[in-house]
Design a protein. Sequence first.
Length: 331
Amino acid sequence: MMTNTNWGLIGHTWAVNLLRGAMERGELSHAYLFTGPPNVGKRTLALALAQALFCESDAPPCGVCRGCRLVASGNHPDLHCVAPETSSGWLGIDQVRDLGRQVSLTPSLGRYRVAILDDFERATAAAANALLKTLEEPPGYVVLVLLAPDADALLPTIVSRCQVVPFRGLPAAQVEAALVEWWHVEPERAALLARLCGGRLGWAVQAALDPAPLQFRAQQLEELERLLGASLVKRFSAAAEMARTPETVQETLDVWCGWWRDVMIVAGGADIPLNNPDMTERLQWCAQAVGVERAAAVVQAIRDAGEQIRRNVNLRLALEVLVAFDLPRVP
Ligand SMILES: [Zn+2]
């Protein structure tokens, strides 16, 4: 599905144009910071950029030459991807130092070395400082792409050395059309997933292919309901339990936030599409019991907790503050 007009991507056209223009003018930055929510398309564009840089055809990225295929299979010797270690949940200083050493070597196949640093908000302070060294004096052939939810989560000294490319969610109609056209999802299911994904095509595609994301959402909504009726002691123990799997916390908060935003919309009678259009009955009941102002306060509390977590405040503490919030009881 490589289409040269948009580097094979759906949406984010301006970001593709920005990078392509810089490439054509020979003005590519040495470091980019792609910001935006998980599964919105940051990594896909970073890989497309790598293909464009390594492509051996006249119309990069062609998707079929050796360079493009080696990127797609994850085997290009000049492409270096690092992500937080699954054991610790952090991107460590040794990983960044290794990367610095690798990218300083002359490219083995083409004219560039490209490094993609995934989830850079989970780099330790030492790792971030180690990257500064590479950012200060990068060899001319190095292009670094950092991925993170937002620039505020990173050291200002890192951000100031990168060109920031903010990704926004795609319109639901665009996600819906893409699911039907490219992934052959049934129209009704495509419409639901397009609403649920909050503009994150990657999430919608995963949910179309694999039941896990939808099951996760259902579990998180059940957990939310359970917490609303629970004692403070039980809520604290739920917060401690959540803190044990840091990698899923933001996704949980997103599900909760989407739910309360819907409650707020229904309670306020606003004519805005819902995040959870398959649950309107439950939402109406909840909206009547809670009201627009309290729903808005919960949305704010969840956003505050997410913000604190992104700023690396103690995870368990941030969750305890959230669950201790005067959550409305829903009958
Ligand atoms: Zn190619």
